[in-house]
Design a binder for this molecule. Structure first.
Ligand code: SAM
Length: 223
C-alpha cells in the first residue's frame, strides 16, 4: 500500500530541525544495521545530561510529549520510521515548547547504531504493529530480532513497558521476554479496569478504548 505523503512535508520537516534527528546513513542492510556506529550526541541535542528513556514506534508523539512533561528530570528519545507521522510528533513537541524530548527517524533495527550500550533506563513499546502473519513474526518489536538490541541498550535493572490491544502480540511478548531472560511484573489484562495509576493514553489506545477493547500491559526487567 502506498502511503499518502503529508502536505508540505519538506518544509514542515525543515521546520522541525531542533526536534528531528534524521539518520545520517542510508545503509539499508538490516543485518549490518548495528555494526557501523553513528552515536547521537545527546548532550548537544538536549543541551544537558539527564537519564534517558526511549519509546519505539511513537506515532504522532502524544505519549512521548506527555511523558516528557511529567518527567522533566528525564531526556526522552522517541523513535519512529514513518516520516509523515514523526513530523507531526515533532510539531506537537514544538508547539508545547517541550525541551526534554527529541524524535529519531529510523527503524528500530538501527537503534544500537545511534544510541550507546547501556544508556537507556526505560523503554516503551506502545501499540506496536502486531504483524499477525507467521511469516512476519520477526518484524514484531518483541521478536528475537529486537530483544538482543534492547538488552544491549538497557542499563542494569532497566524496564520495558509494553501496552497493546492485541492478545496474540501480548502472549508472544510474554513468551519471548521470558525466553530472553527478562523478568515480568505488573501484568494487566484489562488496564483501564485495573487500579493502575498514571497511565498516559496514546493515540491508538484512545481509539481502542472507545471501541470497548481491553488493553494489555506488562513490565519486564533484567535482574
Ligand atoms: C500502531 S502505531 C502506534 C503508534 C503509537 N505508539 C500509539 O500508540 O498511538 C505503530 C507505529 O510504530 C511504527 N513502527 C512500526 N515498526 C517500526 C520499526 N521497526 N521501527 C520504528 N517504528 C516502527 C509505525 O510506523 C507506527 O507509527
Amino acid at each position: 500500500m502506498r502511503i499518502k505523503r503529508l502536505k508540505h512535508l519538506d518544509s514542515r520537516k525543515a521546520a522541525c530541525e531542533g526536534y528531528l534527528i534524521s539518520a545520517k546513513s542510508d545503509d539499508l542492510n538490516f543485518a549490518t544495521a548495528g555494526e557501523n556506529k553513528e552515536y547521537i550526541d545527546l548532550k548537544e541535542w538536549f543541551g544537558t545530561e539527564r537519564p534517558l528513556w526511549l519509546e519505539i514506534g511513537c506515532g504522532k508523539g502524544q505519549f512521548a510529549c506527555e511523558l516528557a512533561k511529567r518527567h522533566p528530570e528525564i531526556n526522552i528519545i522517541a523513535v519512529e520510521k514513518n516520516t509523515n507521522v514523526i513530523v507531526q510528533a515533532c510539531e506537537k513537541a514544538m508547539e508545547q515548547g517541550i525541551n526534554n524530548v527529541r524524535f529519531l527517524k529510523c527503524g528500530a533495527e538501527y537503534i544500537t547504531r545511534y544510541l550507546k550500550p547501556h544508556s537507556v533506563g526505560r523503554l516503551f513499546l506502545n501499540f506496536s504493529c502486531p504483524f499477525p502473519k507467521k511469516s512476519h513474526t520477526s518484524h514484531r518489536l518483541t521478536s528475537p530480532t529486537f530483544l538482543p538490541l534492547y538488552r544491549e541498550l538497557l542499563t542494569e535493572g532497566a524496564e520495558i513497558h509494553q501496552k497493546t490491544d492485541n492478545r496474540q502480540l501480548f502472549e508472544f511478548s510474554l513468551e519471548q521476554l521470558s525466553e530472553h531472560g527478562f523478568t515480568l511484573k505488573n501484568i494487566s489484562l484489562d488496564l483501564h479496569n485495573s487500579d493502575f495509576e498514571g497511565n498516559i493514553v496514546t493515540e491508538y489506545e484512545q481509539r481502542f478504548v472507545s471501541q470497548g477493547l481491553p488493553i494489555y500491559r506488562l513490565e519486564a526487567y533484567i535482574k
